[in-house]
Unconditional design. Structure first.
Length: 436
């Protein structure tokens, strides 16, 4: 039997066995009805029960909901206000059950989720993410551990190639690959061949709107001359696998097959995008050195600030454990393609999960977690000088995510042969020691 791993944006989710026993956490009989009533615009959340969950397991929260004249306030534009619904306390504000409103008789509602915390609470709402009027009744509230993951990921939607597979969920592409560099790359390229070409075409258009072939060839030439030979063998082999896998599945650009240089160019874009500011900061034999002082960062216009992240622990968090967040900011034209969650089980090093774009061997959005408990994010800062003999940022951060077992390991790998491109303050946490 092939194994499917469910992934979360916040944690590495391991196998949910299909033989797991279904358990009922809470069940109300038909006479145990909860009512929420609003005569005026209002938000009400009722917390019904605390429950113990197993992190990484799949659960289904369900209930019957009836509403009477339940409407939301049209002025509440974002987040989108909804009438009656169910949530767990751990849900981000964007997650909730299907909404029920207007005049609706008893309706079965459910939402499935992967547990991200050991302790959680069941909640019911009238006016979620905004205000609502009317009445809502809730009954038969259940929380069950789901034993068959096909209810969450229908088997017919999972695409396999060798040990790799992908499935799509709510706009995200989850891809799992494993093995030696070339083999795992081949799985990746084959499974995301169409998406790789779509992303490549947009990058080419951004480079030259009048002639995308000329634009892409310009980026390829820069990559070939400055970047290609600076990548380590492991990642060149992985990118060669991506190119060959995509080619096998029919990926073409401008009438030719996708090749290694295309994939290396995709993975060098974040560095290439820094070249102009990097050269301005790089000394020549008569110009002297030019470095930003720390306080100069504060004078950068707000609109020029980019991705940002945070790490907190100790008294700054509810349970003294690490809280990790990352904000990804990118232009919308190509940013819509950064919807890939890549899960790699490499032959050597740690298993890693990161957000990326199709064909990305590194994140670029800079959100990494590995099986050794290391998490990595970043806050982009002013560009530093370019070292043409250094290793691309995409190589160094991927290597750090894959092989680091401590904060010191991450720092050592990132600093070694740093090419200075795509300059960041890297935020690093270690769940084993609770250090940041």
């Amino acid at each position: 039997m092939k194994k499917i791993y469910l992934l979360s944006l916040l944690i590495v989710i391991f196998l949910i066995p299909i033989y797991s026993e279904t358990i009922v956490i809470k069940k109300n009989n038909s006479e145990n009805i909860q009512l929420i009533s609003h005569e005026n615009w209002k938000q009400t959340t009722k917390t019904l029960k605390s429950v113990n969950l197993k992190v990484g397991e799949l659960y289904r929260l369900s209930a019957k909901i009836k509403t009477e004249n339940a409407i939301t306030n049209a002025i509440d534009r974002y987040p989108t206000s909804i009438a009656a619904c169910l949530t767990m306390q751990s849900f981000p504000f964007t997650n909730h059950s299907p909404a029920v409103g207007n005049n609706t008789d008893w309706k079965d509602i459910s939402v499935e989720f992967i547990a991200t915390t050991k302790e959680d609470k069941i909640r019911i709402h009238l006016g979620y993410n905004g205000k609502a009027k009317g009445k809502a009744w809730f009954k038969d509230i259940n929380l069950k551990k789901v034993s068959d993951i096909s209810s969450y990921i229908p088997p017919e939607t999972v695409k396999w190639f060798d040990k790799g597979y992908r499935y799509d969920d709510k706009g995200w592409i989850f891809v799992h690959i494993e093995g030696k560099p070339y083999a795992r790359g081949y799985q990746y390229g084959y499974l995301l061949s169409e998406e790789i070409v779509s992303y490549l075409k947009k990058l080419a258009y951004e480079e030259d709107k009048d002639n995308i072939l000329r634009g892409w060839n310009s980026l390829r030439r820069f990559t070939d001359s400055i970047m290609l030979r600076r990548y380590e063998d492991e990642y060149i082999e992985e990118m060669k696998g991506i190119a060959d896998g995509a080619k096998k599945n029919g990926a073409k650009f401008s009438g030719r097959d996708i090749d290694l240089l295309d994939i290396v160019t995709l993975n060098s874009i974040t560095d290439i995008g820094s070249i102009n500011s990097a050269l301005r900061s790089t000394a020549n034999s008569i110009s002297g050195k030019n470095f930003f002082k720390t306080e100069d960062e504060l004078n950068i216009p707000l609109k020029q600030h980019k991705c940002s992240g945070f790490l907190a622990n100790g008294p700054a968090t509810k349970d003294n454990k690490i809280v990790f967040g990352q904000i990804f900011m990118w232009g919308g034209y190509t940013g819509v393609h950064w919807n890939v969650i890549c899960d790699i089980l490499p032959e050597k090093g740690n298993r890693i999960v990161y957000e990326t774009y199709p064909g990305g061997i590194h994140s670029g959005a800079d959100f990494y977690i590995n099986s050794s408990g290391i998490m990595i994010g970043e806050t982009t800062v002013s560009q530093t000088p370019f070292n043409q003999d250094g290793t691309p940022q995409s190589n160094r951060i991927r290597k750090a995510a894959q092989y680091a077992n401590s904060i010191d390991d991450v720092a050592k790998i990132l600093k070694f042969k740093n090419n200075g491109m795509y300059t960041n303050d890297w935020l690093i946490g270690d769940t084993k020691t609770n250090e940041i």
